[in-house]
Design a protein around this ligand. Structure first.
Ligand SMILES: C[S@@+](CC[C@H](N)C(=O)[O-])C[C@H]1O[C@@H](n2cnc3c(N)ncnc32)[C@H](O)[C@@H]1O
Length: 510
């Protein structure tokens, strides 16, 4: 890595002497601390002019690439990166690119529908599969986009010689290594910053002034200010001076000898797998998304109601809390063991601790809460009016917490909670049913986390096997979380009995 370090220093990169860059036996690289480093230390500064972006690459002013303005930043930068790699030693970034993976990084987005079919099957019905679908950029689509793009190029265009493999390689580097730098470069490869691995409790983060002139990249006043910051590239770029750097800044104490981790963002394992090709065990940022249709169907089956709750929730007519209510609910849920606050009321999710989002709980409770609105029915011992669904909701949450913490039917005194207890039992069963249905849509729903991990352990090797192993470990993590959530809601013996009446020992509905 000495050659890379020299190249970085030669290009005005500052690297704290306490940082070491190491190459591992598998060819990957990482950053270690050679001595203790306190928090709030700037351990590296990288001039933005050294970042490889669509603004700085040797194709920056190539008119052939004007059509790239309409594609995603990932695809656009992938073409520029692929071209720089193809330039070989004539590229300004040759030494840096030599230290990047030479073969495509196996990010989920590039898994092949045929060759990696088994691995992809293990992802069926998971958050990872959802991430792959939502980006709209899988291998098949990328290949057809590239085909169409290159067909429109002039024969002697600088990018006409690129192969689809070059492009996919570039795409995998961009997906797994690029950062959003600022309003001018947008997405870019940032040498050195991209050697840090990711953690959900990172030591460093990348700091960069985002609000530069989007037309020329300067931090200072410029002629584009009067024009309202145009998007055309001016001839008089000024990328020098000021704090025109990307800085790596510590946010924790770093101890001598430990690996120094960055953060790529608050990313779920599904997203990490799709965009970076790895997952974190026990990640605090993990989150599973549950389809509205699953919860709506569970409500329908539990309460025997035929209304299409999913549609109601989608149109926002079900529940919309206003600002003062939002903070009240957020406070009520600050320490709740089963439900977590989320400003996005439409989000139905399970967090890394197995807590469901408030949107999930509200949808699961919707028929009950909705039925109370204006019903005039009395709830013995209730401190809220039946016309006040918010108070009812908070009361339900309080009882759920008390029941869960006590794990038995002793507190709070049932006489004071009246028939709310019975409604809560129904809601708990809805949540349990929705979680079970989530697993039912996945591959081999009868297998638990341990069994999936045993299967992953039995696989070894590279390529397709490694992808299958990754997919199995990912699925095992999801299964553990969803089954834990489902079980958490069976907090009283009565609910357990009711759930057992309709599911077999493998969690399947009977
Ligand atoms: C920005 S690069 C980090 C540097 C990289 N290790 C290298 O060899 O240059 C991101 C890639 O590093 C790997 N990576 C990063 N963080 C990781 C982690 N916590 N566990 C496993 N792999 C990780 C993944 O392959 C990911 O696609």
């Amino acid at each position: 890595m000495q050659g890379l370090r020299e190249w970085l220093v030669h290009n005005d990169v500052f690297i704290d002497d306490r940082l070491g860059v190491q190459r591992c036996s598998d060819g990957s690289a990482l950053v270690v601390a050679l001595a203790p480093i306190p928090p709030r230390t700037t351990v590296a500064t990288i001039p933005k002019s050294l970042c490889l972006s669509h603004r700085s690459s040797s194709l920056a002013s190539d008119l052939d690439l004007a059509s790239l303005d309409d594609v995603s930043p990932n695809i656009r930068l992938a073409v520029h990166v692929a071209h720089e790699i193809a330039c070989g030693q004539t590229s300004r970034w040759a030494i840096y690119l030599d230290h990047c993976p030479r073969r495509p990084v196996p990010i989920g987005a590039l898994w092949d529908r045929d060759a990696d079919g088994k691995a992809l099957r293990w992802l069926r019905g998971t958050r990872a599969a959802r991430e792959l679908a939502s980006s709209g950029e899988d291998k098949t689509r990328l290949i057809s986009w590239f085909d169409a793009f290159t067909r429109k190029l002039r024969i002697n265009s600088a990018v006409a010689a690129l192969s689809v493999d070059d492009f996919l390689h570039g795409y995998s580097l961009v997906s797994s290594r690029a950062f959003h730098v600022d309003a001018y470069h947008t997405l870019a490869l940032v040498p050195l910053a991209d050697i840090f691995n990711h953690s959900d409790t990172p030591h460093v983060h990348l700091a960069s002034d985002h609000w530069v002139c989007p037309a020329c990249g300067t931090l200072r006043e410029c002629s584009h200010d009067e024009q309202g910051g145009g998007s055309a590239v001016g001839a008089d770029h000024d990328l020098t001076g000021g704090n025109d750097t990307c800085d790596m800044v510590t946010e924790l104490d770093v101890f001598a000898g430990e690996e120094v981790y960055n953060t790529y963002g608050r990313l779920s394992n599904g997203r990490l797998l799709a965009s970076y090709g790895f997952t974190l065990e026990g990640s605090e940022q993990d989150e599973i998304l549950i389809d509205q249709s699953l919860v709506a169907e569970a409500v329908r089956r539990q309460f025997g109601d035929v209304r299409d709750l999913g549609a109601e929730a989608r149109t926002g007519s079900l529940w919309k809390f206003r600002d003062p209510t939002l903070s009240y609910l957020a406070d009520a849920l600050a320490q709740h063991p089963l439900v977590v606050w989320d400003r996005d009321q439409a989000k139905l999710s399970i967090d890394a601790d197995g807590r469901i989002s408030i949107g999930f709980f509200v949808l699961a409770s919707s028929l009950f809460l909705g039925a109370q609105r204006g019903s005039g029915s009395e709830h013995p011992g209730m401190s809220c009016s039946p016309d006040d669904p918010l108070a009812l909701l908070v009361e339900l949450l309080e009882i759920a917490e008390a029941r869960f913490e006590a794990s038995e039917d002793t507190v709070p005194d049932r006489r004071h909670t009246g028939n709310l207890e019975e409604h809560l039992r129904q809601i708990a069963l809805v949540i349990h049913r929705a979680c079970t249905a989530y697993v039912e849509r996945q591959e081999r729903p009868e297998l638990d986390c341990e069994e999936l991990l045993d299967m992953a352990d039995s696989l070894s090797g590279e390529g397709e096997c490694a992808k299958q192993e990754l997919a199995l470990r990912y699925l095992a993590g999801e299964r553990l979380l969803v089954q834990r959530t489902a079980t958490q809601w069976l907090f009283s013996a009565e609910i357990r009995c009711k759930a057992e009446e309709r599911i077999d020992c493998k969690g399947r509905e009977v």
